[in-house]
Design a protein around this ligand. Sequence first.
Ligand code: DQA
Length: 148
Amino acid sequence: MKAIHVLNGPNLNLLGTREPDVYGHETLADIEARLSAVAALQNVTLHFRQSNHEGDLVTWIQDAGRAGEPVILNAGAYSHTSIAIFDAIKGSNAHVIEVHLSNIHAREHFRHHSRLSAAARGVIVGFGSRSYDLALQALLFAPTTGES
Ligand code: DQA
């Protein structure tokens, strides 16, 4: 494995100040720095991106799928609504681990269902920013989830 994509959807650029009781105090840059250090030790390049636009996520997932490079995906609220992102995962055969900082199942009813989970190889929810670390560990060290 040469590269892993960490893709973040809408409002995740606000991490650090956004509802810290729900999402914690770490920023996306903090998470990127921590994950990049772990990936570098394994000679893996991390491509860490965020967009508030659904189409950007669709394009990035397609690109990763085409390249055969796995994705850690927090699609934010699009997780609950986006057939386009579901189709991008299925259509490009992207190897996606879905993550959420919060335990979406313990929150508002409209967050309980993710449209993306059925297309993902695995789902990690509820461990705060450590959900990302756990997904990276799965890709690096769990062969059955690490290879497309
Ligand atoms: C989130 C959960 C979503 O319901 C929410 O819309 C987000 C963040 C999480 O990481 O817990 O933006 O994906």
